[in-house]
Design a protein around this ligand. Structure first.
Ligand SMILES: Cc1ncc(COP(=O)(O)O)c(C=O)c1O
Length: 433
């Protein structure tokens, strides 16, 4: 019989296969110092473009104080247990009430994490006769929630309304044949890789033609889009057509946790049936108190969102003026599309970090097709003009080197923090029988 572990360590997966050269540098890097536009990486200052600290709240003085006061008064343990059993508090309920008001919905259910929350919302909402119709470029939390679904699912091509209608017709026909079930449509407010908004307005308009409920993951739109920052629904004027509005606190709120907003009865249904919350300890009090402070600042300081957009425009226009392809973004998420191999991409990233002091995330094969490189820059309200100017210059110079073939190499650079021996497993253990 094969040993399960032996198979796993023969293939560490698409990113894991590079770990011996990449660990601690290209993967699992450690950014140190106070969160801001400039931080320390391996002892050197770098301009950071990898954090979703959109509004710059991570290190805001009032936020730091609220977090510290909450921790001092309650510690991390309080409240103990799942909310349904013993872990509820007035602070949790207050946060739900304020979020519901902000999102223009009747009620909100807090979630400990966005990823788990989304998986579990889908699980709570759908039974085996229901059909899910979802966008092909949905975040992993949606994909994994759909994987748990025991019934049928149809995926539509990313933001393609013709294909959306085709899948809706298939879903509708199936439900009519079954004589049972309903349709849940899931998409995103902003797609986190390309930065394009989901076609919420167009999908909402099709509610007259098809019968479905709409669930939107607005992780990147919450706090960044819409007049008040309520997100992509507000931005596109269709907040009322979104039946369930979901966001994480991990981005604009620079915190942890998530929420889902909707009609009171449905949120109550979720509250009493969502397994990720019923079978897990509730959000710690300092996190909940810290989130109340963040929401207050998000609501009352529109200048933070204005600054974010000022910086996003400066960065995006600067890149476009220099001839970079930034695709179809209509959010602060700023992708830069380039051509090159994995080895070239890593050598370029290294040059950017070591010689230009620019820290940005990249995506390469096999996550995207071979020969393509995507940088993903996240501007924030905390970035300064000099950060943007230095970064534009760095990309201009390194892109020229990339095009001239200066980064061509056989292997990705060996930048691992530890010796490869650290990763050996079977060499140090007796073989299983
Ligand atoms: C679109 C989207 N949904 C959900 C999540 C997961 O949220 P969390 O980090 O709170 O688990 C993320 C990433 O954080 C995301 O980008």
């Amino acid at each position: 019989m094969a040993d399960l572990f032996e198979r796993l360590v023969k293939n560490y997966g698409p990113i894991g296969q590079h770990r011996e050269r990449a660990h601690g540098y290209f993967a699992f890097p450690k950014l140190e110092g106070e969160i801001g536009s400039r931080m320390q990486f391996r002892g050197k200052e770098v301009i950071v473009w990898s954090l979703n600290n959109y509004l710059g709240l991570a290190n805001h003085a009032e936020v730091r104080k609220a977090d510290a006061d909450g921790a001092k008064q309650y510690g991390l343990a309080t409240p103990m247990g799942a909310r349904m059993m013993s872990g509820n508090s007035n602070f949790h309920e207050q946060l739900e009430k304020e979020l519901a008001e902000f999102e223009g919905k009747e009620d909100v259910c807090l979630l400990n994490y966005g990823y788990q929350g989304m998986v579990s919302i889908i699980d709570a909402l759908c039974s085996r006769h229901d059909v899910i119709v979802y966008d092909a470029e949905s975040h992993a939390c949606i994909i994994d929630g759909v994987r748990l679904h025991p019934g049928h699912r149809y995926v539509f091509k990313h933001n393609d309304l013709l294909d959306f209608e085709k899948q809706m017709q298939r879903a509708t026909a199936l439900i009519e044949k079954q004589e049972a079930g309903g349709i849940l449509v899931i998409t995103e407010g902003v797609f986190g890789m390309a930065g394009d908004q989901g076609k919420l307005k167009e999908i909402a308009a099709l509610k007259d033609k098809y019968q479905f409920r709409l669930l939107v993951d607005d992780a990147h739109g919450f706090g960044t889009l819409g007049k008040t920052g309520a997100g992509a629904g507000e931005e596109q004027g269709v907040q009322d057509d979104i039946d369930l509005y979901f966001s994480t606190f991990a981005k604009s709120m620079a915190s942890i946790g998530a929420f889902v907003a909707g009609d009171r009865q449905i949120i109550d249904y979720i509250r009493y049936n969502i397994r990720s919350q019923i079978f897990a300890k509730s959000l710690p009090m300092p996190v909940t108190i810290g989130n109340l402070k963040r929401l207050e600042l998000l609501r009352t300081k529109p200048e933070l969102k204005d600054k974010l957009w000022e910086n996003a425009r400066k960065l995006q226009n600067g890149l476009k003026e220099k001839g970079f392809d930034i695709g179809k973004t209509d959010s602060p998420v700023t992708p830069i599309y380039m051509k090159g191999g994995v080895e070239e991409a890593t050598a370029m990233v290294m040059d950017l970090r070591e010689n230009y002091g620019v820290f940005a995330s990249i995506v390469v094969y096999p996550v995207i097709p071979k020969g393509h490189i995507i940088y993903r820059l996240i501007p924030t309200a905390a970035h300064k003009d000099k950060d943007i100017a230095d970064t534009l210059k760095a990309f201009e110079e390194t892109k020229k080197k990339l095009d001239e073939g200066a980064y061509k190499a056989e292997l990705i650079p060996d930048m691992a923090e530890y010796s490869a021996k650290r990763f050996e497993y079977f060499s140090s253990k007796p073989k299983s029988k």
